[in-house]
Design a protein. Sequence first.
Length: 361
Amino acid sequence: MPEVSATKTLSEPHKGTTTDAAVDLRSDTVTKPTPEMRRAMAEAEVGDDVYGEDPTVNKLQAGAAEIFGREAALFVPTGSMGNLIAIKVWTHHGNEVICEERGHINQYELASMSAIAGCMPRTTSALDGILTWDLIEPLIRPKVYYRAQTALISLENTHNMAGGTVYPPEVAEDICEHAHAAWLPVHLDGARIFNASVALGRSVAALTRKFDSVMFCLSKGLGAPVGSMLVGSREFIEKAHVYRKLFGGGMRQVGVLAAAGLIGLEKSPQILHRDHENARYLAEGLAAIPGIAVDPRKVQTNIVIFDLRGTGRTAAEFCAELAKRKVLAGPTDKYCIRMVTHYDVDRAGIDRALTALREIA
Ligand code: TLP
């Protein structure tokens, strides 16, 4: 992928896509910290977080716990580490974890649940990535000593590789209630739970209240440069704290990062709807291009995955052509491309992307 030259300076207002910068739609992880974040980072009060003495981290953790209506929260370096820590807390070596086939924990975390937590993923594929209890129940192993035991169910909301789809709250709650009746905990990979919250007009606390643990990312749509959070009961977070250290995630004067996270948490949810509007607009433009297949009505949040088989090109060829026109996107398979909207891409940027897409198709 070509270099992106969109570095913003402290004095520059945060203003979305500029004419000479690339329109970077590879992910919402590419956002640069806003000038307000950079200022807060420079001025952050810090201490040694391994001693629990970083006031800014403590404030972020307390704030996240409050927003989710939970007892406690933990700042972790990445979403992947947050998910792995949760899997470690809820399972033992030799257990199975039920998740959707395209889920991030199954496809994009380097098999860490097996390599490190010693668990097997037990997967099924679900329409739009949305699991239901009917799909999950047959995957639960019988309690027989010679069968690996199911220890955890993990859902992903929004579902990244299904195109940012949102769990209907009643479906997620039904899964949690049935799972609890079967003595199984449910973890939520809520990397983009704030996008789900905006799409549904429901609070993150309401959407996640039945889950036993939640991971969400500060470094995606919320725009912070680094970091994710785990939230749950005090007991869960105490155990998570130990595994964070075990995995090398005990950080020191990390208030400089938490300061940006605090701003993302406070300010970004109010503006996420723009990313969703831009994604829908992008999908509508894409649907009008001959050879490209996408259903704009299915675009609920900030992710658009489209099929370009009809253009006769592969996704890799298409992305290379886009990059020459300073529009960045990534293939998800041979004929599909993912584009993710975020606060560093405005409507003009989406128009530039559509012009490039039309030229190539
Ligand atoms: N997703 C990244 C890539 O790894 C695919 C992206 O560009 O979307 N859960 C979900 C649902 C995610 O989408 C991601 C990152 C993670 C977990 C992991 O977060 P990080 O990158 O902080 O480890």
